[in-house]
Every structure is written in C-alpha cells, then in structure tokens.
Design a protein around this ligand. Structure first.
Ligand SMILES: Cc1cc2nc3c(=O)[nH]c(=O)nc-3n(C[C@H](O)[C@H](O)[C@H](O)COP(=O)(O)O)c2cc1C
Ligand SMILES: [Fe+2]
Ligand SMILES: [Fe+2]
Length: 395
C-alpha cells in the first residue's frame, strides 16, 4: 500500500472502492473515495494524516510494513474529521509519546473526538518543523472546512498538503491527476466543491491569495481524498478561484417533484417555452425524488438560474423539495436567479412557499410564479409555455 509520490514522500492511505455514501448518508460517492495519508522519510520521519476509523487496523498494519513505527518522529494532523483522524487512536496506542502537530482548534476537536491526552504541539501559520534537510511549514486554514483545518508545505519537494481542499471523492489505483479520466475527475471535483465548500467561498479566495502570496513554488498538491495533483497542479487552484466567485455556466436547472405528474407536465412545458425563447441555454430537468440529491445540487451550482416546482400537499410542499431548499440555503449559493411553479387542488400554497424559501436561501425570485389547478389542461400548458418564454428574458 506504499506508493511513491516524489523523492522520499510516499502515499500510505486507503482506497475505498466500496464507499457509496459519505458524511453519514449526506453525500453520494458513486466512484468511491480514498483517504490519503503520507509518509515523509527524511532525516526525520513524519506521518501526515491517517485514514477513516473502519480501516484503522489495516492502516497501522500496512504502515508497519512500510516503516518501523519506532522511527516515526512526528505525526501531523491537518484536520480532525474522522475520515482523516480515525486511525489516530490505533496509531497512538503504538507510539504514544510521538508529538502530534495540529492547530489549537485541532487539539480541541481531537480531544473532543477521542478524549485522549496525546502529546499535542499546537502550531500557527508560518511555524516550521525541521525534518533535517527539508522542513514543513504550517498554514492554518480555519473553516476550510472545519475550525481546525490546516495545510502544510514541504520545502525541497515543493509539495502542498492541502487536506480536504482540492480533493474529490474518487477511487483510483492511478493516484495521479494526469493518469485518470479527466471528465470524471473534474465532475467529482466540482461536486465536492458545490456540496461541501460553497458556504466558505469567500475564505477560499482569501486563503488561496494568502498562500500564493508566500511565493512558495508548488510542484505537487497532495490532498486528503482522491488523486495527487502533479501535472499542472495550479489548474485546480484556478478552478477553485472560479468556483468561489459566484460561479455559473449558461445552464438553467428545473427541479421538481410530483405526486400525479401535473407538476412534471408543467416543468416540461416551461422548459419547452424557455428553449423556444433561448435556444442556447443548457436546460436540465430533474424529478428530485428520482435523482441523486448531491448530483442535483452540483447541477444547481453550475446553473445561472433555478426553477423549482412542487404541488401543494397539506398546505405545504413535498419533502424532497423542502429538504433540497434547506440544504441549498446552508450552501449559500450566489449569483443565481430563481422562479417557482406547481399544481394544486384547492388552497394552493406551494408556489408562495417555494418563493419564500428561495428568497431566504439567497436566490432573487424574478416572478410571482405559476400555479395550475389540478392537472394542466390545454390552457394550463399554454400558460406554462408562456411562463417559460417570459422567464427566458428574466433569468
Ligand atoms: C395527500 C395530498 C394532500 C394535498 N393537500 C393539498 C392542500 O393542502 N392544498 C391544495 O391546494 N391541494 C392539495 N392537494 C392536491 C394536489 O395539490 C393536487 O392533486 C395537484 O394537482 C397535484 O399535483 P401533482 O400532479 O404535481 O402531484 C393534496 C393532494 C394530496 C394527494
Ligand atoms: Fe473534512
Ligand atoms: Fe475529508
């Protein structure tokens, strides 16, 4: 399981081909993931991060094959989340006195998770740890994406260990960004950004500018999930800068749910009207109940506008849509307009509720929205077509 990365730096993580859900059940991982841990065997030996708890025993056994555990001088914990710190208890049981370098917040969250008094050495931005001929420089990265997150940089090899930043849930035996399918790789990168990092976009821009300001050459970026960026690693930094700035493509997502298909007929008719008026726009329709929520969130992130539909149910909206709007609110998407629609039978609250929720999630709503009584008839369909044409000029 030891794979050479560069000179005396190796990957010693775990490729998790089976993983299909992450963060409990919150995040779909269609292509598995990896938990990347790194071993630096300079005059001093350092281990950077570990793996997720279920693989703790396997990890320490593999590490022991790679190196005599007694030779490890330092452990670096860039992030206390369990997918990276989960094997620490197993490792520290074997090397209890070895110092753990992490941020002050890292001490708090590692203690909070494992309730152990390990030999913590809190570090701040600019602090250095000599490994002999090379050194590690620490960079705090609070809220990217936890208060404890940090990066570290290895001089001599010019490697940035960025932890979750620039990572993606993508299992591959190839390890390096230039060896994998580029479309798959970028799809997983943007999904990771859209679903996890968008709330912190302002911090992403600032942190990247800060790190670029150090004028340290970056030859390789070793993240904590997915591939190592060795071929033009700045490409992913540039993608992050673009994604952090109110990202949008010429795409509109129509996301709906329906009980008896009326709201689906509305969605398809609105799309027809929109396409007539704006043939260039990439329109994508999703019945949310039949789609993967995280993939839909990624499509919304790529869109310039979101059109949401739900019938009225018990004076409210369908739960799939309510859940989506709750999640999207937390993700703080910017620079995307919105509109709402839906069928109803008597009281018909859904469209107003959708409008309110969209507004509270930070989406400017361009129209009052469109309601159809029961299943749309010829007139109802005509109203949807007209609504779509009108939206083309507003979104
Ligand atoms: C369980 C249930 C509860 C409903 N509650 C309401 C309601 O509170 N107010 C209302 O206007 N219509 C209500 N309706 C009627 C639906 O909004 C109506 O059937 C609509 O045409 C369904 O749209 P759909 O074909 O997109 O599912 C309810 C329907 C069902 C099945
Ligand atoms: Fe994390
Ligand atoms: Fe992670």
């Amino acid at each position: 399981m030891k794979h050479p990365i560069k000179n005396n730096v190796s990957w010693i993580g775990k490729i998790d081909w089976e993983l299909r859900r992450f963060h409990g059940d919150e995040y779909s991982t269609h292509r598995g993931s990896t938990y990347n841990s790194y071993l630096i065997e300079a005059e001093k030996v350092a281990v950077i991060d570990t793996v997720w708890a279920p693989f703790a025993k396997e990890y320490v056994a593999q590490l022991e094959q790679a190196i005599d555990l007694g030779k490890i001088d330092y452990v670096i914990a860039n992030h206390a989340e369990i997918d990276h710190s989960g094997a620490l208890p197993e490792l520290m049981r074997r090397i209890p006195d070895v110092p753990i370098y992490c941020t002050a917040n890292g001490v708090k969250s590692l203690r909070g998770h494992y309730h152990q008094d390990w030999n913590f050495r809190p570090v701040k931005t600019g602090d250095k740890l000599s490994l002999g001929s090379k050194e590690l420089i620490f960079v705090e990265a609070p809220m990217l994406h936890w208060p404890d997150s940090m990066f570290c940089y290895l001089t001599g090899d010019d490697i940035l260990f960025s932890n979750d930043a620039f990572g993606q849930h993508y299992a591959s035996e190839h390890m390096f960004n230039d060896l994998v399918d580029q479309a798959e790789l970028m799809a997983e990168c943007i999904k990771y950004y859209a679903n996890i990092l968008t709330p912190f976009s302002e911090l992403v821009t600032k942190k990247i500018q800060e790190v670029l300001g150090f004028n340290l050459p970056v030859d390789t970026i070793c993240t904590s999930h997915g591939v190592v960026w060795r071929d033009n690693p700045i490409q992913i930094v540039q993608r992050y800068l673009a994604w952090a700035e109110g990202y949008q493509e010429n795409q509109i997502s129509l996301v709906y749910d329906t009980m008896w298909n009326g709201t689906r007929i509305m969605a398809e008719s609105i799309a027809t009207g929109l396409r007539e008026a704006d043939p260039a726009v990439n329109l994508k329709l999703f019945n949310l109940a039949k789609s993967d929520r995280n993939d839909v969130i990624t499509e919304i992130f790529k869109s310039r506008a979101l059109i949401v539909g739900s019938p009225t149910i018990n004076r409210g909206i369908l739960t799939s849509i309510a859940g989506l709007l709750e999640e999207v609110k937390g993700l703080k998407f910017r620079n995307k307009k919105a509109a709402a629609f839906g069928c109803y039978g008597w009281s018909g609250e859904s469209v107003k509720l959708l409008r309110e929720r969209l507004e509270s999630a930070g989406f400017p709503v361009v129209e009052d929205g469109l309601r159809c009584l029961w299943n749309p008839d010829r007139e109802g369909v005509a109203a949807c077509l007209e609504f779509g044409r009108r939206l083309a000029g507003l979104l």
